[in-house]
Design a protein. Sequence first.
Length: 362
Amino acid sequence: MSWASRLYRGETNLDFIGTRKRWYAASGLIIIICALSFALRGFNYGVEFKGGASFQFPTNGTSITADSLETAFTDAGVPPGEAPQVVGSGSDQKIIVNTKTLKPQRLQTLLKTVADDVGVNENDVSTTAIGSQWGHDTTISALEGLIVFLVAVTIYISLRFQWRMAVGGMIALLHDLLVAAGVYSIVGFEVTPSTIVGLLTILGFSLYDTVVVYDKVAENSKDILAGSRTTYSEAANLAVNQTLMRSINTSLIALLPVAGLLFVGAGILGVGTIKDLALILFVGLASGAYSSLFLATPIVVDLTERDPQYQQLTKRVVAKRSSEARKAAEAESAGTVLAGARRGLPAPAPKVGVRPNRQRRK
């Protein structure tokens, strides 16, 4: 049977648990890179978070473009905070230009200057002044929601499975958040409310994938302490292999439409308003699939096998397998002697240092 067929059937035997230190090191390196980006580059906050003025220019019946508006604002002495964004289509198409915070009189003067420059009636242009307090309140609300979500998830996983799985799941979630935020910082995309929404959305996907693996781990390790056939790490590794194809399928189905938004919508078509949401979703979904397989379950194994009960289980399994291997070797040796006797061959000489069995005296 080919490897692809075994993967599809969940019959692969990849050593996810045995190589967990490699994945810990890789994740640690990624987190360090993200932390350095936080410290050195920071984030490119949008107008909703740092405050400013927003202008919406209609394009229907005009010849204005994003480049002409950027040039007009720059010539007026107030360059846009970022490249103008084209939103909508047809008669509803508009170009949004965000600038720094302006006083009301300066805002009206700038609007008249730019409108005259690009040939647009200033009454057709929508202007909005946004204070930084709105972004602050949004951030606080998002953090409160995140804390409530994490607490609720921790309680659920602890009751449904065990507290060690809750710890592994929370570490995986925090890993996904840091990686997604780090990529955002490195790339330099603008942080908008859509970014916050996307950041909270990826938590649900990461948690779903992790719980699927946990359910299989719990099934494979049920009543495992009562026997001596397999260790907890082996049961967990089997569970990851059994759910590997499901994780791959789920991730691909989720990533394909998001990749279309990011690479086609934002990259090729230039729809800038969706790139902030698409990037955070793409990175978060990929990181969630990775952490559920390579971080969450290995962390559970490390925590579980510190328990003396599971350490004793490992010793019993090793002892039983050593005994079975010794018996198999003795049986093989006895079979070789018997086969030789039947062919008339002399019995093998005893090993050095081992006394031959003495015949009992009659």
